[in-house]
Ligand binder design. Structure first.
Ligand SMILES: *Cc1c(COP(=O)(O)O)cnc(C)c1O
Length: 382
């Protein structure tokens, strides 16, 4: 079931602070009408995911022949797009997701942004979009976060969510890679994922649908993967579950991942397992960080094929004690229930497990500067 796509591994040895940045190349054109301070403060006091955006956005445009031009930060606002823009017809689009974290001393930090840059380029290659150099990727983020630094919230477990994306903007209905491509970066303040304490999610096993197949776009972060996950996600909701778990497309037997998070299981012997990178799974930066931290606390971590059957029997027999999911948005989230037409399992009594909570804490402690960062994962931006 492997497609032989090399994993990124995210260059574990390179400290994030030494990744290059072309921040100076982004010309800042200040928004003449930013949100009044009182309104911004009101917005920051009442955060809902993905609804509020900062005063500016960063952008650049690529044309075949000339490469990337017009790097700038400008007022956030609607785009003007030709109705024939290829992205609207054929979905040639990719994105990333990362966060800027405000520490208790007021400073603002990114978590492994060079890993997002590497994955962005891997996704770009798969979707036949141009490469964006790492210094432009990090430079756009630094330019925007510094311009809109007042928008980085300081509440407990809050952050500024950053959404870089790239799409085919050329007006052309022929089916070929676009020759004009736009890169944009927008930012949205977000509150704690679990404002009232950590509540495990319920998961439905997708029936009759898959997220990605061998040789498809499963290991690219592209909008199309999300579009095709919406119907199975509705199925999950119809069955009283919050998230959907996808099985592999070839045998319909192995765990792939959730719609937007990677998945782990914790065995009774203390070892931890996660699906190996088959090319159908998105290689999460949180996944990579969790594996590293678990190994450094002396745990055995196996990246392997995991069947749904063995998860079911493991939970029933007590050999699997915990299941958790991870991704940038939620960090680490416990799974309390796994259901399908054939079974309805409660995991760890429906409450967050010890290993899940410990790994969540050790990861977020680094991100928020509450613990030392022995890996060089954090990069100061402001
Ligand atoms: C983004 C994403 C993840 C999580 O990746 P992180 O880098 O940890 O945020 C997992 N699965 C899918 C499908 C994703 O798009």
């Amino acid at each position: 079931m492997s497609t032989g796509v090399p994993a990124l591994g995210f260059g574990d040895q390179v400290p994030s602070a030494s990744a290059p940045s072309a921040v100076e190349a982004f010309e800042v054109r200040a928004n003449p009408a930013p949100l009044p301070v009182a309104e911004r403060e009101a917005a920051l006091a009442n955060l809902n995911f993905g609804t509020q955006f900062t005063d500016h956005m960063a952008r650049a445009q690529w044309r075949s022949g000339t490469g990337w031009l017009d790097r700038r930060v400008e007022a956030y606002g609607p785009l003007s797009l030709d109705p024939a823009a290829a992205v609207l017809h054929y979905g040639q689009e990719i994105f990333e997701g990362l966060k800027a974290y405000r520490w208790a001393d007021g400073s603002v930090w990114l978590f492994r942004p060079e890993a997002n840059a590497a994955r962005f380029n891997k996704s770009a290659q798969r979707l036949a979009l141009p490469q964006l150099q790492i210094d432009d990727f990090i430079g756009s983020i630094e330019a925007l976060v510094r311009t809109d630094v007042e928008w980085v919230p300081s509440g407990d477990e809050s952050s500024l969510y950053l959404r870089p994306f790239m799409f085919a903007s050329e007006a052309f209905l022929g089916v070929r890679p676009a020759q004009i491509v736009d890169y944009l970066l927008i930012a949205s303040p977000v509150g704690a994922y679990f404002p009232g304490g950590i509540i495990p999610v319920s998961i439905w096993v997708a029936q009759g649908y898959h997220r990605a197949g061998p040789g498809g776009t499963g290991d690219a972060k592209c909008g199309g993967n999300y579009a095709s996950s919406l119907l199975p996600q509705m199925q999950a909701a119809d069955n009283g579950c919050q998230q959907v778990l996808f099985l592999d497309a070839k045998e319909d037997k192995y765990l792939d991942e959730l719609g937007g998070m990677n998945v782990f299981v914790v065995r009774a012997d203390g070892s931890v397992e996660t699906p190996r990178l088959t090319g159908n799974i998105l290689e999460g930066i949180t996944r990579s960080s969790v594996i590293r931290q678990l190994e450094d606390t002396g745990r055995k971590v196996l990246e392997k094929d995991i069947t749904l059957d063995e998860v079911r029997s493991g939970v029933e027999s007590g050999d699997i004690l915990e299941v958790f999911a991870c991704g940038t948005a939620a960090a680490v989230t416990p799974v309390g229930r796994l259901a399908s037409p054939d079974f309805d399992l409660t995991i760890n009594g429906g409450v967050a497990g010890e290993v899940t909570l410990a790994i969540r804490k050790s990861l977020t402690d680094i991100q928020y500067g509450r613990a030392a960062d022995p890996y060089g994962w954090m990069r100061r931006v402001a």
